[in-house]
Each structure stands twice: as structure tokens, then as C-alpha cells.
Design a protein around this ligand. Structure first.
Ligand code: ADP
Length: 343
């Protein structure tokens, strides 16, 4: 008969990679639910070896799915905090103890300066990736002006912690997210410097239960200084997207951004040009308010892809203010299609 005891006995057949003990006696199986043909449980682990975790999960899924009368097996992997080793300035990310190891691709969204639409791009890009069929999380590390919570309509919410240590991300529009804003006492900017920023970011990223994700979009603070460098030293990034507006001043900063990431060995996914043009809603004439073609030229010169060009549109601003990104409010618009292309 399919019941908890039987399922636990079966799971005892699975040894943890590299150990002679099984996953049940290791205490990894939590919140086991066995219903009509359904088996759900969580695997709570402190292990950070991605392959070991996925291998164990796959084995358990295969074994349980093969049992008579089982229709559905759901296993949720959770990695818990495990006393991080301190990382000191100037070091590459600690590969033996990675942060958020269940996230496959951690992509930073960066800009040389504030106000160019970095957070707007982060949010809409994350939703576009999700609409393309991926599991996506957002980490808002913009300590100077964390705006993701507002844009995602979760402002004022506080992440829950069951054990007083590990945090559960906030969820909306099907995306999990953590923002530094969730931990600020009021609207005032969080004034943190060098080592404090590094510690804070590292701690938050380790304490959050991220589960398995295909992508994590990381909204970096604007600029190309210490805070941004810190990030690539703490978190192993698989790519960086640079957001710029088309005029020369902004582009100069974009060049700096690209060269900063290249220096620390983070691959540049490409450039997104925001506020590329304004199209009159009546006559459809396009005005190039901040000049034109800058993103394309920069991308060519730097040898990185131009991922897309987003026009200035009041709907984007209004969506940002009311917490309903254009990818949600107008998923069939030309702008949403451009974000899908970028994704
Ligand atoms: P950053 O993260 O670079 O500081 P934000 O994404 O917060 O920039 O954008 C700054 C402001 O500009 C926000 O009010 C946002 O809604 C608005 N904005 C960003 N991109 C556009 C756009 N393409 N069209 C209209 N408004 C935009």
C-alpha cells in the first residue's frame, strides 16, 4: 500500500553520492506527503554541490515514479545556510561553497549610472524569461535605490523565516524575489560601504531559500565602482547585461561597465538600449530624444550583441509606478515583444 512508511522505506534505497548512508537516515527528507497517487516532499540540504543534489533528486524521482499507483512525484530542493567562509576583497567567488547553487544562470543587470532604466529592464526581462518557460528569481541588490519591490507590487512585505535564520523570498507574478528594500526601516537610502555591502549581500544571498531556478536576474547598484566589483567577487555570474540610453554620456559609462565585467571574467550577454526613441501615439512619428544608434555603435565597437531597443513610453513608467510591469499589463504590445527578444 502506498503510504508514508512504504515511501520512506523505498527512499532508504537511495544513497547520498559519496556516502554509504541513505537520504532518509541523513534526515534530508522533510514534509513528506503521500496522497492518492501523489508523493511530495522537500529535500533540505546544506550541500552545495549542484550535481550531487540534482542526481539525488533525479534518482528519487525515478524510483518513486516507478512505484505502482504513483501518478505524480514532486520534490522541492532547498539549500540552507551553512556558515559561510568569509570572502575577502579581491578574491574570486568561492567555488567550493557557492552562493545560491541551485540557480543555473545568475545574470547581472548593470548600468553606468542611475535612471537609465536598469530596474525596469531587470523586471521585464525576468518576466519575459519566465514567459519563455523558465523558472526565474530576482535579486535586487541596488542598495542605493531598491525599486524592484515597488515595480513588482510587493512593497512593504517582509520575507518570512520559519527558523529565524533562513528567509523565504517574496513571490508575485510567479517570480521569487528578494530586495534589500525588504530590510530597510524606511525609505531612506541604505548607507553601506565597501566591506559592509559585501557582507550584507553575501549574507542575504546565503540566507535565502532560493530553491531550483533557471535564472536569477540581479539588479546591481548603478555605477562601475566597488559595489559592482564586489558582486562579481562574491557571486559567480554567468552573464551581465548592460543597460544604457543612446546618448554619448550614458554610452561612456556603458563602455566602463563592459570593461569592468570583462576584467573580472564575467561574460557580457549584451547591451540593452533603453529610451531609444519616442513614438507619437497619433502620427506614429518616431523622435530620437536621446540621440540614436548609440547602443548599436557601442555594441559593434565592443564586440558584444545589441540585445534590443526599448522606446520611451509612458506605459512603462506608469507600469513601474503602480507595480504592474508592461510584460504583465500589455504582454502583446511591441515593447513586450522586444523584451521577449531580449530574453
Ligand atoms: P534605474 O534602475 O536605472 O535607476 P529605473 O528602471 O528605476 O532606472 O527607471 C527610472 C524611471 O524611468 C522609472 O520611473 C521608470 O518607470 C522610468 N522608465 C524607465 N524606462 C522607461 C521607458 N523606456 N519609458 C518610460 N519610462 C521609463
Amino acid at each position: 500500500m502506498l503510504d508514508k512508511e512504504f515511501v520512506l522505506e523505498e527512499l532508504k534505497k537511495i544513497k547520498y553520492p559519496g556516502f554509504s548512508r541513505d537520504i532518509v537516515s541523513f534526515g534530508l527528507v522533510k514534509d513528506l506527503y503521500v496522497g492518492e497517487g501523489e508523493i511530495h516532499f522537500k529535500m533540505d540540504v546544506t550541500e552545495t554541490n549542484h550535481n550531487n543534489l540534482l542526481q539525488t533528486k533525479a534518482e528519487a524521482e525515478k524510483l518513486l515514479s516507478g512505484l505502482e499507483g504513483v501518478r505524480e512525484v514532486k520534490i522541492l530542493l532547498q539549500v540552507k545556510n551553512q556558515n559561510p567562509k568569509p570572502t575577502s576583497q579581491g578574491h574570486a567567488p568561492d567555488r567550493t561553497n557557492p552562493i545560491a547553487p541551485l540557480v543555473k544562470y545568475k545574470i547581472a543587470v548593470a548600468s553606468g549610472k542611475g535612471g537609465v532604466g536598469k530596474s525596469t529592464v531587470s523586471v521585464n526581462l525576468a518576466i519575459a524569461l519566465q514567459k519563455s518557460g523558465f523558472k526565474v528569481a530576482i535579486f535586487d541588490s541596488d542598495i542605493y535605490g531598491p525599486s524592484i519591490a515597488k515595480m513588482m507590487n510587493v512593497e512593504g512585505q517582509k520575507p518570512h523565516s520559519e527558523d529565524g535564520k533562513n528567509l523565504e523570498p517574496i513571490e508575485n507574478y510567479g517570480l521569487k524575489m528578494i530586495s534589500m528594500a525588504f530590510f530597510a526601516k524606511n525609505d531612506s537610502a541604505l548607507i553601506w560601504r565597501g566591506p559592509m555591502i559585501q557582507k550584507a549581500i553575501e549574507q542575504f544571498l546565503r540566507d535565502v531559500i532560493w530553491e531550483e531556478q533557471d535564472f536569477m536576474i540581479i539588479d546591481l547598484p548603478p555605477g562601475t565602482g566597488d559595489a559592482q566589483l564586489t558582486f562579481s567577487q562574491v557571486v559567480e555570474l554567468q552573464g551581465a547585461v548592460i543597460v544604457t540610453t543612446p546618448q554619448n554620456v550614458a554610452l561612456r559609462d556603458a563602455y566602463k561597465g563592459v570593461s569592468m565585467f570583462q576584467k573580472v571574467g564575467v561574460p557580457i550577454s549584451g547591451i540593452v538600449e533603453n529610451m531609444s526613441y519616442y513614438e507619437c501615439s497619433k502620427c506614429h512619428e518616431q523622435s530620437f530624444i536621446f540621440s540614436s544608434g548609440g547602443g548599436k555603435k557601442a555594441a559593434e565597437e565592443l564586440g558584444v550583441p545589441l540585445l534590443g531597443e526599448i522606446p520611451i513610453d509612458t506605459k512603462i513608467r506608469i507600469g513601474g509606478d503602480k507595480g504592474e510591469p508592461i510584460m504583465i499589463s500589455e504582454p502583446d504590445s511591441l515593447i513586450a515583444k522586444e523584451f521577449m527578444k531580449i530574453a
